[in-house]
Design a protein around this ligand. Structure first.
Ligand SMILES: Nc1ncnc2c1ncn2[C@@H]1O[C@H](COP(=O)(O)OP(=O)(O)O)[C@@H](O)[C@H]1O
Ligand SMILES: Nc1ccn([C@H]2C[C@H](O)[C@@H](COP(=O)(O)OP(=O)(O)O)O2)c(=O)n1
Length: 217
């Protein structure tokens, strides 16, 4: 197992990022938040005045994304955009541009470059299906739609943002429908991915389950 990979895919607000980052920390592995790349590309397009519908132009921007992850922050063109990329409208924009095949192609090698020793935990929608199809462990992390909306709501309130639970429920539902219906790399549980429903689990329980599956291999 040289440079092993653990992939964690699943729908919005299921806890992928939280669990993936903690598993990576526990194992001393690198961590790839692939959704952040799609969010960065959506934000970059917005700031450059490029429409999210313009596949060629968005793909061009995605291919040369001036993005960096360091000091626990996300940077775009030297600006701290950690909070900006988490806005709900940017999540929706990320979901829109993620349906464009050449945008996905433009980000592919950048994601694969994260596979470095001693290993990688990667979260997103197509980590196990497209980006790291030979991953040692593939997890499909989910939770009920109500629980996911409640978690996102709490997350936004904790950040001091205003949030409307019904609106969040609707947004999550729309985004999941779009992510699952697209023709390229749709959101779905792969046959070789293990299902982890965290609706009734604590974060620690979810993390421990992933670690146990990995150690059993
Ligand atoms: N059992 C759990 N597993 C993972 N996250 C959880 C759990 N319970 C609550 N959460 C919370 O859910 C929220 C959404 O998690 P996040 O990692 O942002 O999801 P995603 O990356 O899938 O969108 C976070 O605030 C996280 O702390
Ligand atoms: N590997 C990935 C990661 C994200 N995406 C798309 C689809 C998602 O709706 C957006 C945003 O992803 P992100 O994981 O940041 O979203 P959530 O935190 O789960 O709400 O990007 C994708 O198509 N493929």
């Amino acid at each position: 197992m040289l440079r092993p990979v653990i992939t964690i895919d699943g729908p919005s607000a299921s806890g992928k990022g939280t669990v993936a980052a903690l598993v990576a920390r526990e194992l001393g592995f690198h961590y790839l938040d692939s959704g952040a790349l799609y969010r960065l590309a959506a934000l970059y397009a917005l700031r450059e005045g490029v429409s999210w519908e313009d596949e060629n132009q968005v793909a061009r921007l995605a291919a040369q994304l001036p993005a960096a992850f360091h000091d626990d922050k996300v940077w775009l063109d030297g600006h701290d955009v950690s909070a900006a990329i988490r806005a709900e409208d940017i999540g929706m924009g990320a979901s829109r541009i993620a349906a464009l095949p050449s945008v996905r192609a433009a980000l592919l090698e950048r994601q694969r470059a994260y596979q470095q020793t001693p290993g990688l935990v990667a979260d997103g929608r197509d980590m196990g299906s497209v980006v790291f199809p030979r991953a040692e462990l593939k997890v499909f992390l989910t939770a009920s739609a109500e629980e996911r909306a409640a978690r996102r709501y709490k997350q936004l309130i904790a950040k001091g943002e205003s949030a409307n639970l019904l609106q969040i429920q609707q947004d999550i539902c729309d985004r999941d429908a779009r992510d699952a219906a697209r023709s390229v790399a749709p959101l779905r549980q792969e046959p070789d991915a293990r299902l982890l429903d965290t609706s009734a689990l604590t974060i620690d329980q979810a993390v421990n389950q992933v670690l146990q599956w990995f150690r059993e291999r």
